[in-house]
Ligand binder design. Structure first.
Ligand code: CTP
Length: 398
């Protein structure tokens, strides 16, 4: 199932490191070529000789050895997947912080391939807010975190934090490669972020959209092999845009024009941007000065981009909209689905805790025009993006 796949396995210092031997054995049995990097702490738990023998490749442990330098950049480029299993609390924290003080971390920071991690730690460490935060950070990098198991722990206590079993990790890896090329040859367009509608050279009407949800969807489509155009409003937060063909726009009108230029070619369009519904009727060429009077601004409607694309949509094109609601959520989402001639509407409610603007998590319900409806739990935006793309793929194959 993994024939020809190159997997770089990072092993860190955790009692679960003994499972790395079994993991390597099943990866090799499935046809993967495996190279192992170990941290110094990992060598206290399992011998490099064991893993080197099983992979038939020398295990790499040091950035410098004698007069040779381990080429961390080329190792990162060699791999189709970097898997860190077990991932200790310490290495997790270093990855989240971008610290580079051993070979494993240097390779990780240079890796151009997808990254999967299988954490292993005692329950108290697993539940510590610092660990939760670090895992969320890894999720925002687009890394895949394999669920930990519940059972007997190294401390002798029973609880959450055991590294997933090698068979379960194998299933996730196979699933990852299966999905990876599934959108090859498809063109996708995603809108993200707010729009800013200019009042004068210094003022605008905007909204709190961070662009994170749309960017996560664009990344997920890219990960699955689609050619993605991201049309991004003036989001100010830190966004992972590497590898995405990004067109920056400011206003609803500019977003409309960019979408219309790209739409004819696209197979999948996801409109995650929070587009302003109104824009100043006139943009003042000079800064508007205050005076003694109150001031009112005349606004005109912006074009509804999603609706206009819905009117142009041809067979074979899938159009996905979002609905951001604070009340009558289901009815409003369903009426947007019909009125805008979308195929799928993703509802997110601002009343859900942890969901919405600026957050790293979201909670969605998805509706489609065949009557499908699915509610999801609160998840990281990276996981939500996977659910949305899975839904789109199921819908297009239905
Ligand atoms: N949308 C759009 N163009 C607009 C306004 C919205 O393309 N001028 C898209 C959004 O990107 C989203 C969907 O329409 O995919 C729904 O946006 P939302 O703000 O929830 O609804 P509106 O249609 O603007 O209606 P209302 O604000 O009254 O809820």
């Amino acid at each position: 199932m993994l024939k020809g796949k190159k997997i770089l396995l990072g092993v860190t210092g955790s009692i679960a490191a003994y499972k790395a031997a079994l993991l390597v054995r099943i990866l090799v049995k499935e046809g993967a070529e495996v190279k192992v990097i170990m941290t110094a702490a990992a060598k206290d738990f399992i011998s490099p000789l064991t893993l080197g023998t099983l992979t038939k490749n020398p295990v790499i442990t040091d950035l410098f050895k004698d007069d040779a330098w381990a080429n961390h950049v080329m190792l990162g480029r060699w791999a189709d997947l970097m898997l860190i299993a077990p991932l200790s609390c310490n290495t997790l924290a270093r990855m989240a912080a971008g610290i580079c003080d051993n070979l494993l971390l240097s390779v990780y920071l240079s890796a151009a391939c997808p990254v999967m991690v299988a954490p292993a730690m005692d329950e108290d460490m697993w539940k510590h807010p610092a660990t939760r935060r670090n895992l969320r950070t890894l999720a925002t990098f687009g890394h895949h975190v394999v669920q930990v198991g519940t059972g007997e722990l190294a401390s002798g206590l029973y609880g959450e934090g055991r590294m997933a079993e090698p068979d379960d990790i194998l299933k996730e890896i196979v699933g990852h490669f299966h999905q990876q090329g599934s959108l090859k040859g498809k063109k996708a367009m995603v809108t993200a972020g707010p729009t800013f509608e200019h009042i004068d050279p210094v003022r605008f009407i905007g909204n709190h959209s961070s662009g994170k949800m749309g960017v996560a969807i664009a990344r997920e489509l890219l990960n699955r092999g689609a050619e993605v155009t991201l049309i991004l409003g003036p989001a100010t937060g830190e966004l992972q845009l590497e590898g995405l063909d990004t067109i920056r726009v400011q206003t609803a009108r500019e977003m409309y024009d960019a979408c219309h230029r790209a739409f004819g070619e696209t197979d999948i369009t996801v409109m995650a941007a929070a587009v302003a519904d109104y824009t100043p009727a006139l943009v003042a060429p000079e800064k508007i000065k205050k005076n003694e009077e109150d001031w009112s601004l005349t606004l005109k409607k912006t074009p509804d981009i999603l609706k206009s694309l819905g009117q142009m949509k041809k067979d074979g094109q899938t159009l996905v909209g979002f609905a951001l609601e604070t009340r009558n959520e289901r009815d409003n989402a369903l009426s947007k689905l019909a009125q805008k001639n979308a195929d799928i509407i993703v509802l997110n409610s601002l009343t859900d805790q942890g969901a919405g603007f600026g957050k790293d998590t979201n909670k969605i319900t998805v509706f489609d025009r065949n009557g499908g409806e699915r509610r999801y739990e609160l998840k990281s935006k990276t996981e939500v993006a996977k659910d949305i793309v899975d839904y789109i793929m199921e819908y297009t194959h239905a």
